[in-house]
Design a protein around this ligand. Structure first.
Ligand SMILES: CC(=O)N[C@H]1[C@@H](OP(=O)(O)OP(=O)(O)OC[C@H]2O[C@@H](n3ccc(=O)[nH]c3=O)[C@H](O)[C@@H]2O)O[C@H](CO)[C@@H](O)[C@@H]1O
Length: 367
C-alpha cells in the first residue's frame, strides 16, 4: 500500500500514526509511506527518528475569538491545501490517513477533493476541531472511545481503538533494564510525565515531593518535557535528588519501558490512556484542565469508574496529594494487581489491525 499519513503538533497525534505504520509494514513489507507534518511540531523530531520521510506544511490554528490572526490562519490553510495537492500528486497514495492536528485538516481536505480514499483517526472522547471539520469530506472515520461515535456521521464510523495500544502490547515481554537509566531492576518503578510536552504544575509538585521520594523503597523516573527541563533543573539546584530518582527531559523509547513500569503518574491524554490500558498499568491521572471541553477529565473518568486508575484534579495537586496517592499504589502490590486487571479489561490490543481493515475498506470502496 502507498500510504500518506498526516498528523501533528503533539505526541498524542503522532505516536498512533507511527504505530499504525509499523504494523502495516509488518503485514505488507512493500508498504511505502510519506508523512506530512507541520514545520514546528514534535513530528520534526519523532518522524525522522522513526526512519520515515517527512514533508512539512506551515499551518496554524484558528483563535476562538474574532481576531486578525484568523485571516492569516485562513490564508495559511488555503496555501497548505494547495501545497498538499502537489505533495499528493507527486506521491500518488492509495489511501490518505489523518490522525489530527491542524496540518491533517489541509492534507485530508486536499486528498478528498482529489477523490483519493481518505480515513481519519480520532483518539479522543471529545472530537477535535480538525476531525469535526473533516468528517464531512472523508470516506471513513476510526474512533477509540465510544463517546466519540455520536459526534460523527454514523455511517462512516468504526471502533478500532488506538494503534499505539497494539504497539505497546507487542512489547509486553520487553527485557529493558532500568540500569540504563542509573536505576535498579529489583525495586518497583513509578514513571511520571505530563503528556508529551510536560506540565508545569505536575513538574512543580514532583520537585516539591522529591525529598520524600528519596526516602521511599520505590524508584521514580520523571520526564519534565523537553522544553521544561532547564527550568526544573534550576529548581532542583538546592534539592538533593536520591539514587532512586531519575529526572530526564523526555523518554523516547516508551514501548520498551512501559511494560517495566509498576505504576504511572500522567495527564489523561488519549494516547497515554490507550497505552496504559493495553498493558494494564496502575495509574494516577491528572487531567489537563487546558483542553477542549475538559475532555481529559472524561478520558480519565472512564478508567476511574472501572477501578483502573486514581485521579487528582489539577487544582488539588501538590506534593502532599501526589505522595499520598503514589504511596497508596506503590506500597501495596495487591492494590496494583487489582488496578492492573481492571485496566486490561478496557484495553484494545489489536487496534492497529482494525485500523488497517478500515484503510483497506476505503481503498476497496473507491475501486
Ligand atoms: C494538551 C493537549 O492538547 N493534549 C492532547 C494531546 O496530548 P499529548 O500529546 O500530550 O498526550 P497523549 O497522552 O495523548 O500522548 C502522549 C504520548 O507521548 C508519549 N510520551 C510522553 C512523554 C515522554 O517523555 N515520552 C513519550 O514518548 C506517551 O507515551 C504518549 O504516547 O493529544 C491527545 C490526543 O489527541 C489529547 O488527548 C490530549 O488531550
Amino acid at each position: 500500500m502507498r500510504l500518506l499519513v498526516s498528523g501533528g503538533g503533539t505526541g498524542g497525534h503522532i505516536y498512533p500514526a507511527l504505530a499504525l505504520i509499523e504494523r502495516l509494514k509488518q503485514v505488507e513489507p512493500d508498504t511505502e509511506v510519506l508523512y506530512v507534518g507541520t514545520t514546528r511540531g514534535l513530528e520534526n523530531k519523532i518522524v525522522p527518528a522513526a526512519g520515515l520521510k517527512l514533508k512539512t506544511l506551515h499551518t496554524q490554528g484558528f483563535k476562538r475569538s474574532l481576531s486578525l490572526e484568523n485571516f492569516k490562519t485562513l490564508y495559511l490553510f488555503v496555501k497548505s491545501v494547495h501545497d498538499a495537492k502537489k505533495i499528493i500528486r507527486d506521491f500518488h497514495p492509495d489511501v490518505v490517513l489523518g490522525t489530527g492536528g491542524y496540518v491533517s485538516g489541509a492534507v485530508l481536505y486536499a486528498a478528498a477533493k482529489m477523490h483519493i480514499p481518505t480515513v481519519i483517526h480520532e483518539q479522543n472522547s471529545v472530537v477535535g476541531i480538525t476531525n469535526k471539520f473533516l468528517s464531512r469530506y472523508v470516506d471513513e472515520i476510526a474512533i477509540a472511545f465510544e463517546a466519540a461515535r455520536a459526534q460523527f456521521p454514523a455511517n462512516k464510523v468504526h471502533m478500532t481503538g488506538n494503534p499505539r495500544a497494539q504497539q505497546v502490547a507487542a512489547n509486553l515481554n520487553s527485557d529493558y533494564s532500568w540500569t540504563n537509566d542509573g536505576l535498579r531492576d529489583d525495586q518497583p518503578t513509578m514513571m511520571i510525565f505530563g503528556g508529551s510536552q510536560g506540565a508545569p504544575k505536575i513538574n512543580q509538585s514532583v520537585v516539591d515531593a522529591i525529598p520524600e521520594f528519596n526516602k521511599r523503597d520505590y524508584q521514580v523516573i520523571f520526564a519534565t518535557g523537553q522544553k521544561r527541563y532547564q527550568k526544573v533543573m534550576e529548581k532542583l539546584r538546592n534539592v538533593s535528588v536520591g539514587k532512586n530518582v531519575k529526572v530526564v527531559p523526555y523518554i523516547p523509547d516508551m514501548p520498551k519501558k512501559l511494560p517495566k513500569v509498576a505504576a504511572l503518574v500522567s495527564r489523561a491524554g488519549a494516547t497515554t490512556i490507550a497505552e496504559i490500558t493495553a498493558l494494564g498499568i496502575p495509574t494516577i491521572l491528572i487531567p489537563s484542565p487546558y483542553v477542549t471541553a475538559n475532555h481529559q477529565v472524561k478520558n480519565a473518568q472512564a478508567l476511574v469508574k472501572k477501578g483502573a486508575a486514581l485521579m487528582i484534579l489539577e487544582d488539588q495537586l501538590d506534593a502532599r496529594t501526589l505522595l499520598l496517592q503514589a504511596d497508596k499504589i506503590m506500597e501495596n502490590a495487591a492494590v496494583r494487581q487489582k488496578m492492573a486487571e481492571a485496566s486490561k479489561q478496557i484495553g484494545k490490543p489489536n487496534a492497529a489491525d482494525l485500523l488497517i481493515d478500515v484503510l483497506k475498506k476505503a481503498e476497496r470502496d473507491h475501486q
